[in-house]
Design a binder for this molecule. Structure first.
Ligand SMILES: Nc1[nH]c(=O)nc2c1ncn2[C@H]1C[C@H](O)[C@@H](COP(=O)(O)OP(=O)(O)OP(=O)(O)O)O1
Length: 204
């Protein structure tokens, strides 16, 4: 299948589109800021944080923030995980996301990371309240079993996350690299979006 990689992202031709939709044109990009987002995946559960303040307040997400000057992306991801959840992890790159938000002047270029282990003690911080969720029912993005789970952990709370997350988080959980872009309106809804799986060997 022929794919058109949205502005802001780069990848080879061998991407597999998994979702796209919305309006005709991508929002023009003026300024781009680099961010990170990191997830711990362990024993069929995933660590998310409830954002207590700032951008994305009251949503669950991975742990991350801006890449500071002089820092590499992975250094920033390790630092943000430590600052927001109190732990250190051997993070591995999983994908790239690119977002625009209509009332934010810059676009977000986000390196997404994961690790299957961590050291330290998970703790609530001023910015985030960490919580484990079960991935057993969510790995395909569908619920096999409407309201009952054998897990002691709740399913991933997609209804309390950014609207793009259901497209790529299942891929991260399954160890499948991805890229994607979404343009958000002032109402917090996606106006245009595109997500794709990329080959494991790709250097994203
Ligand atoms: N549409 C979206 N979907 C998503 O899943 N994560 C998003 C997102 N838009 C932004 N993010 C993530 C990236 C990053 O982990 C976080 C934004 O980081 P922060 O709010 O911590 O940024 P700040 O500007 O506060 O930076 P720091 O001061 O460096 O923490 O939200």
């Amino acid at each position: 299948m022929q794919s058109i990689i949205p502005p802001g992202l780069s990848a080879g031709e061998d991407v597999t589109e998994i979702a796209k939709g919305g309006v005709q044109e991508w929002t023009p990009i003026e300024q781009v800021k680099l961010y990170t987002n990191a997830f711990i995946l362990q024993d069929n559960k995933i660590l998310l944080g409830y954002k207590k303040r700032g951008f994305g307040k009251d949503l669950y997400n991975g742990f991350g923030g801006k890449v500071d000057p002089g820092e590499t992306s992975v250094e920033a991801a390790v630092r943000e995980l430590q600052e927001e959840a109190g732990i250190t992890a051997p993070l591995r790159h999983s994908g790239v996301l690119f977002f625009t938000v209509s009332d934010v002047a810059h676009a977000f270029y986000i390196d997404v990371y994961y690790a299957n282990e961590y050291s330290g003690t998970i703790e609530e911080t001023e910015e985030m309240r960490p919580q484990w969720f079960s991935v057993e029912q969510n790995a395909t993005g569908t619920q096999h079993n409407s309201n009952k789970t054998d897990s002691e952990f709740a399913p991933i709370p997609y209804e309390q996350m950014w609207a793009d997350d259901p497209f790529w988080l299942p891929l991260l959980i399954q160890g499948r690299p991805f890229i994607g872009r979404a343009d958000f309106g002032a109402d917090g809804r996606m106006q245009k979006w595109w997500f794709a799986e990329i080959p494991v060997s790709s250097d994203v």
